[in-house]
Ligand binder design. Sequence first.
Ligand code: ADP
Ligand code: MG
Length: 693
Amino acid sequence: MSPAELDLSAPIQFLKGVGPKRAKALKEVGVETVEDLLLYLPHRYVDRSLLTPISRLQVNSTATILAKVVGIREEKGRRRRLVAILGDGTGFVECVWFQGYKYIRGLLRGGERVMASGPVRFFGRLQMPHPEFEILEGEEEELIHTGRIIPIYPSTAGLKAIGLSNRSLRSLIKGLLDSLLPQVEETLPLEVIRRHSLLPRQEAISNLHFPTSGELTKRARERLAFEEFFFWELVMALRQGRRIRKKGLQFKKPGSLVRDFIAGLPFELTSAQRRVLREIYRDVSSGKPMHRLLQGDVGSGKTIVALISLLWAVENGYQAALMAPTEILAEQHYHTLRGLLGPIDLETRLLVSGIPKARREETLDGIGKGVTKVVLGTHALIEEGVSFCNLGLAVIDEQHKFGVVQRASLRGKGSSPHLLVMTATPIPRSLALTVYGDLDISVLDELPPGRRRVKTIWRDERAREKVYSFLRDKIREGRQVYIICPLVEESEKLDLRAATQMAEHLGKEVFPEFKVDLLHGRMRGETKEEIMGRFRRGKIDILVSTTVVEVGADVPNAAIILVEHAERFGLSQLHQMRGRVGRGEHQSYCILLVSYPLSSEARERIETICRTTDGFRIAEADLRLRGPGEFMGTRQHGLPQFKVANLASDGPLLCRAREEAFALVSKGQALKEPYKGILLRRFREGGKLLEAG
Ligand code: ADP
Ligand code: MG
């Protein structure tokens, strides 16, 4: 089929020159339809004005050169390497590869013209270690010489293997543009385009690939990213709109139960906690179902806000439930609530999967009849046999550990109950607006008073003895210690072995005078709780653990956390672990033990975590280092796949697009054409949304 007969949503294999093999390879890079190909984002552009003659290369700068391969040699010896000598008539430079050079050896041939970009170094000779390079074919060099800016697409091994070079991609896209561009329709409202000075769609797509100036590449990308955000936020706005139209339970002002509980707390609520409670109050008294995300850094005191909300629901005659991702955490919340309730008489139950059958049945019965007012639990709460009499509020703690479906099932245990979801992993605003764009967001941005900043340092193996003697001193002063054991990728078993050996070694050989114990995820619920209980009561000095204590655990006397192989953990995870200490009046310490070699990214993580304790700053850095998918974890996170937009760097653009999308919905225009059709095409759930709207 020739491009002119194609529609934008047609599968790519019908395009002339594509065929099944290429279609399969393109699919791997996310290109399935003609439109996907039009939006295939170059990862950079080459502009003649950006090329540096070899004679003018500056050591320790980064540069792009255009040169000929004049020699290739492999050097054996201590560090095997491949060296390609490039010359451009003004001088010579050596490109050096230590890794992956077999592959490169296969690509490079003497006499070829290449473009290479990378750092410039001087080791006796001018060198470029591990440059990115492109082999140029005749026509491309001409393009550069005539001053055109040419797009360089991310070339994956898969595409190369089937001979789809950058050059063929370019000509494929060029052909598409020539014939199809006039068919590309505008998708954004004209006034939005005007208000934000965006490029019209056709112009944006054309400049994305063959820009006439460097400035236009930026504007093209911006326009297309705006559009992606806009339609996603339209979905969020419609979802929110649908919820707002529902009727919800209407709570009355807090009465004596809530007031006495607050008055009996061993501390004053922080002003951030009071503000968030007011926000919750506004929601639950509005007559619409609450749908609120509570974000707060580790240790900011989210639990108490949740507990107060639970009591509030009870006071209004409803049942309330709180779901946590681990048994340890559910039990901890249970004990906290029981402790704080003191003499207040309130039927409260714990529901986790590990409890004996008889007790479970009795618990379910109480929940079903409405005798039990507050239920704290794990996933066990959303199992089939659990049915509430009149659930009025569902709270989900550490909600990022749950999937979208699980959140929905807890809500489904009542009829339009209020929902409060909490997260201690601060999420950068751009991500929060994307993933939770239909929720209202509250932020606990203040730590309880008197907290001291946790001192964070990193050390390597050579310092182990010193670190141990530091721990010894602190334990003698009465403190307790967590030691988190290596995270061995993808293997819980190995994790477990490492932790077990560590606990034995420490208990017998290093700290025979102290009580050392072990905690890991494979233990039975009761055992875990028993160990956490002893740790809480100060009967254990050193708790060696796998990452199960990562979330939630709250033992104020534990003032030191030592993380083994800290280089293997992500930033947010390190931040979470550090959050286990600094919860009491004592100066706390987080010691990160690292092993070499440290990748540059790992080093950046370690340095960032040592430098800052601000969870939001850490989250921004984490997002930048890992990208949104990894950041959100492998769970079903509800994150859309953006082709052009970048959540780590396009935050401000997202906010603008969001405002416009919400405005369109409030004007009642969002379900008119062309928006309706675009939504249906772009999002699988589009149909459901429109039905409801
Ligand atoms: P997170 O937000 O990480 O879930 P928690 O709710 O576990 O934090 O609270 C951390 C610690 O701070 C707990 O020991 C809790 O009792 C204490 N805490 C909470 N609010 C206050 C407050 N207003 N003043 C003093 N301590 C508080
Ligand atoms: Mg918590």
